[in-house]
Every structure is written in C-alpha cells, then in structure tokens.
Design a protein around this ligand. Structure first.
Ligand code: BV8
Length: 232
C-alpha cells in the first residue's frame, strides 16, 4: 500500500455474521423475524416502545456475548499500519472497536448507546432499556437506543462524504447494498475516480457497481485482502 493510497471501508452485518450476530436479509435474518416497520422506525417506536426496547435489548445481549472475528481483527491491523484508513460501519455492534479498530464511524448508531428523545442527552446504554426509563439529564421517560432508524438521518454524513471525496480505494464488506445512503457510497467513490472493491459472501445486488469483487466468508477473504495490501 503506497503512502498516497487513501482507503475508505464500509462494513455491514456480514462482517459480524461469523461472530454469531444475525444479518438482516439473509435467509432467517432479522427482517424475517421482525417487521422492520415495528422495530426500526420512529413510528414503530412511538407505537410500541416496549417492543423496540425488547428487540434492541436482545441484540445488545447477543453483542455482549459475541466476540470480534478474524475480519474485525484484520481491519484493525490494517488501520494500525495505516491510521488514515477510514472505517465506516452500518453495524450497531461494537465488534470493530473490540477487535482493535479506532475512530469507527457508526452511521446507523450504536447498540451500546442510549439517547433521550426529549433533550438529546447521550449515555452508555444499560444492559436492558425499558420504555419507562427516565433520562438521566432531563428526567423525561423518552429514552431510546441511540440507533438511526429508517426515515432518520444517518450520523456523521459530512465526515463520510469528506472521506469519500479523497478516497483512492473504496471497499464494501459484508453488505447487501440495499440501504441508502450507504448503498450509494460506491457511486460517490467512482465519481471521484476511486477504485472500488466488494468483499462479500456472494455477489450483492450492487456487485456490478464495483470494479472488482472477492467472495467467501469475511473471516477468510478479509484477512487475505489485508495481507495483500500490507504486502505480507
Ligand atoms: C435516510 C437500524 C435521509 C440499526 C438500519 C427508496 C429508495 C431508496 C432509498 C429509500 C427508499 N425508501 C426509503 C429510503 C431510505 C431508506 C432506505 O434505504 N430504505 C431501503 C430499505 C430501501 N434509508 C433510510 O431511511 C436512511 N435514512 O435515508 O435519511 C437522508 C439520507 C442522507 C442524508 C440526509 C438524509 C436510514 C437507514 C438506516 C436504517 N437503520 N438499522 C439496526 O437495527 O441495526 S438499516 C439496517 O440495514 C442495518 O443498520 C444494516 O446495517 C443495514 C444494511 O444491511 P446490511 O448491513 O447490508 O445487512 P444485510 O443483512 O442486508 O446484508 C448482509 C450481507 O452480508 C449480505 O450481502 C450477505 O451476503 C453478506 N454476508 C452474510 N454472511 C457473510 C456475509 N459476507 C461475508 N461473510 C459472511 N460470513
């Protein structure tokens, strides 16, 4: 990897699949168990906050019991050698951080974060959040997981756009490319003449938007790609 190479990586649920965390759209995925509209929209939260908290409490528990896998560790190794590698994730788990990555951009929020819908205060989420929890700052019972739901604006979009504007290589790992604006990042990168690479279990619906793709389990293809980049 030359010093002038600027890599932006976007990860999705597929990078955490082998850590035992469910993906969304694979067979048996989360969106086949829950109606997205009920648990991942502000309307669903307003309708039944208890159901939404139960959904995220279960995922938070799964996340605490999961371990980062070889793909998470490989990206951290790449970033340790080249600190300007930018990791953007759609995932709300903390496996990138527990695998050693730094400054991960969680564009869809974080399971381990809590947010007050009333005053905007943020704090570390307890293991279990309940609809009756009071905000530690303003006291109102308006606490929610610090997650970006459908119809809400993803976090740190300006920072992501700035990174994409100067990227020389954009790599999407373990994402179906179904959710926007993340699914549009490959086009943003190509518009700036960056090379684009998809690393996935199988070609995603957007595979043809990438210059190249490598397919297989993330725990195999991501460490292999990182070793190649680092010239191991
Ligand atoms: C927004 C909450 C405006 C957190 C999530 C019509 C057309 C286009 C867009 C829209 C439209 N109608 C509505 C929209 C906008 C909407 C959207 O895109 N809808 C889709 C469904 C059409 N988007 C929004 O509402 C976003 N907000 O647009 O605001 C805006 C935009 C920009 C600037 C200003 C304003 C908000 C989107 C965020 C929603 N929140 N989740 C949570 O509960 O987790 S999205 C949800 O999907 C997750 O966050 C997840 O990360 C994300 C994407 O899914 P993937 O990560 O890709 O997971 P998936 O299961 O789909 O795929 C897994 C992949 O891994 C597969 O390809 C599989 O092959 C692979 N894999 C599996 N195992 C492995 C593997 N790969 C490697 N190894 C393995 N072992």
């Amino acid at each position: 990897m030359t010093a002038s190479e600027r890599i932006v990586i976007l990860t999705g649920a597929g990078i955490s699949a082998e850590s035992g965390l469910g993906t969304f759209r694979d067979v048996g995925g989360l969106w086949s168990q829950y109606d997205l509209a009920d648990v991942a929209t502000p309307e669903g939260f307003a309708r039944d906050p208890g159901l939404v908290h139960a959904f995220y409490n279960a995922r938070r528990q799964n996340c605490r019991e999961a371990e980062p896998n070889a793909a998470h560790h490989a990206l951290a190794r790449l970033q340790a050698k080249h600190p300007d590698v930018v990791i953007v994730t759609q995932n709300v788990d903390d496996l990138h951080e527990r695998g050693g990555a730094q400054a991960v951009i969680h564009m869809h929020g974080e399971l381990m974060g809590a947010l007050c819908a009333q005053c905007g205060a943020r704090w570390s989420a307890p293991d279990r959040m309940e609809a009756t929890d009071a905000c530690p700052k303003c006291g109102s019972p308006a606490t929610r997981p610090d997650i970006v739901w459908f119809g809400e604006i993803p976090y740190q979009m300006r920072r992501i756009e700035d990174a994409l504007a100067t990227a020389t290589l954009f790599v999407a790992i373990g994402t179906s490319g179904e959710v926007y604006p993340a699914a549009g990042f490959v086009q943003d990168a190509r518009a700036r003449e960056a090379q684009t690479l998809e690393l996935n279990l199988e070609p995603s619906g957007g595979a043809n938007q990438f210059h190249s793709g490598r397919y297989g389990p993330a725990t195999e293809i991501v460490p292999a790609w990182v070793a190649e980049i680092l010239g191991d």
